[in-house]
Design a protein around this ligand. Structure first.
Ligand code: NDP
Length: 479
């Protein structure tokens, strides 16, 4: 046994993670892949890594010192289950199996329970940052037991991204907590990308700026409070020129956005938890809408605004769009953290919200300056009821909300879709409202289904005899 850590699954993510591990002082890395050719390629291309290759699970287990620790990076789903089964056959109690793939957190809860029965530790770890992150330092969101964290913590700290001197990894909580938080991270990423897309679209259609000129706008935004990886790469993408046509690359890419499902999981889970994550949901739906060419063609002749849209003051408009983007982004994160809080309560995880924002500052796709403000908000009040209402964000929303309204109103009048901007604003105004039409909905529910209602002026549950004399009775029945 010569290796202190192993990697199973040597496609792009696993290979890069294995190289990252091997590059850190003190690590010797065992590597295994179902088809041995990938293993051979990796060890052939990277002799400097000193990998210990194994061609079967027995040899892989024998090459690892105890407690054996292996990170699985295979295709999520059936592939992960197959590898876990094989590893539990050759591992012993006290050993640690880490699933670094994008597993659904409920699968992780199930797997953790099953593997625990064998005495082996199972850790579901969300790993963000794509292939570049895996190689140079990802943001890592591990769940699992406290016992496994003792061994795993130092290893993961050694390979994680560093943000302001701190490794971007923390023990998120037990069993599926890590994959849950990674899922919400991806949901927020969907929202962030959609918001940037809407900002770009409004500027493109409202001004005469070319993509390259809009790149300058994003590069400028990236020097302020919007500073983030996604804003930075947006500027680079918008500057890119297609080699064949000499057109901006963004103009020759088919406008149908794909998705691998983690955004949909975030929304499905939020629906189950009863948490409104409207910004994330609109982002997921916007990708779905974009990928319906037949419906888009069928709608293409439907009427739009009768008057042409012109922007009188492009600089002022761009400034408004920037504010709308920032305000909507605050709402997306506030909604995402609501989902984390609700998930933690539902599944019994002690998740430190401030630590989550801190480990998202490096390595991952949503890394941003703004995350420091979230960490600070939770440092001031660990049980914050609403992130968007924390002092820093309340000030930012107060400063940007007029511009946000102008942008949403303008977009509606101009016939430019801004689902994430506008749904975030509706959510903000919904939360702010003194009274909501929910009172009317309760009355409707009582009318057709005798679902009862509560009153603002006295305790109890009430029902109006709608089909009788319409007098009110106090009800003990709560449907
Ligand atoms: P893929 O998701 O493309 O999976 C390919 C790997 O899975 C290969 O090593 C393959 O082995 C192995 N595999 C598939 N089925 C089985 C099976 N039944 N038994 C054993 N091994 C199997 O690889 P990626 O590197 O792209 O991603 C790995 C994981 O990381 C995934 O869960 C992904 O969701 C996650 N992830 C990916 C990111 C990315 O940017 N790509 C970012 C963050 C997470 P073989 O070569 O033998 O076919």
């Amino acid at each position: 046994a010569t290796a202190n850590i192993g990697v199973v699954g040597l496609a792009v993510m696993g290979s890069n993670l294995a190289r990252n591990l091997a590059s850190r002082e003190g690590n010797t890395v065992a590597v295994f892949n179902r088809h041995y050719d990938k293993t051979e390629t990796l060890i052939g291309e990277h002799p400097e890594a000193g990998f210990v290759p194994a061609s079967d699970y027995e040899a892989f287990a024998a090459s690892l010192s105890k407690p054996r620790t292996a990170i699985i990076m295979v295709k999520a789903g059936a592939g992960t289950d197959a590898v876990i089964t094989s590893l539990t056959e050759v591992f012993e109690p006290g050993d640690i199996i880490v699933d670094g793939g994008n597993a659904l957190f409920t699968d992780t809860i199930r797997r953790e329970k099953a593997v625990r029965e064998t005495g082996i530790n199972f850790v579901g770890a969300g790993i963000s940052g794509g292939e570049e992150g895996a190689l140079n330092g990802p943001s890592i969101m591990p769940g699992g037991s406290d016992e496994s964290w003792v061994t795993l913590g130092p290893i993961l700290r050694s390979i994680a991204a560093i943000a302001e001197g701190e490794p971007c990894v923390t023990h998120v909580g037990h069993d599926g907590a890590g994959h849950f938080v990674k899922m919400v991270h991806n949901g927020i990423e969907y929202a962030d990308m959609q918001l940037i897309g809407e900002a770009y679209d409004l500027i493109r259609r409202g001004t005469d700026k070319s993509p390259a000129e809009i790149a300058d706008v994003f590069a400028d935004w990236n020097t302020g409070e919007l500073e983030s990886y996604l804003i930075e790469i947006t500027a680079e993408v918008l500057r890119q020129v297609d080699a064949d046509t000499r057109k901006p690359l963004v103009d020759v890419i088919l406008d149908q956005a794909g998705a691998k499902g983690t955004g949909a999981w975030t929304v499905q889970t939020a629906l189950d938890l009863g948490i409104p994550v409207s910004g994330i949901a609109e982002a997921v739906f916007a990708r779905s809408l974009s990928s319906k060419p037949a419906q888009r063609a069928a709608a293409s002749d439907l009427p739009g605004p009768s008057e042409a849209w012109t922007v009188d003051d492009p600089d002022a408009f761009i400034s408004d769009v920037r504010d709308a983007l920032y305000a909507s982004k605050i709402i997306a994160y506030s909604q995402g953290f609501d989902e984390i809080v609700a998930g933690a309560a539902q599944y019994g995880w002690d998740i430190k919200k401030g630590d989550i924002a801190a480990i998202w500052r490096g390595g991952c796709i949503i890394r941003a300056r703004f995350l420091n403000r979230i960490t600070e908000a939770y440092a001031d009040d660990a049980d914050l009821t609403l992130l968007a209402a924390a002092p820093y964000f309340a000030e930012a929303l107060g400063r940007t909300q007029e511009a946000w309204r102008r942008v949403v109103a303008t977009a509606a009048q101009a016939g430019i879709p801004s689902p994430a901007f506008s749904s975030s604003l509706a959510y903000y105004d919904g939360l702010r409202a003194d009274r909501l039409p929910a009172a009317l909905i309760q009355a409707q529910r009582d009318f057709f289904g005798a679902h009862t209602y509560k009153r603002v002026d006295k305790e109890g549950t009430f029902h109006t005899l709608w089909s009788g004399d319409r007098s009110e009775i106090e009800s003990v029945d709560t449907h």
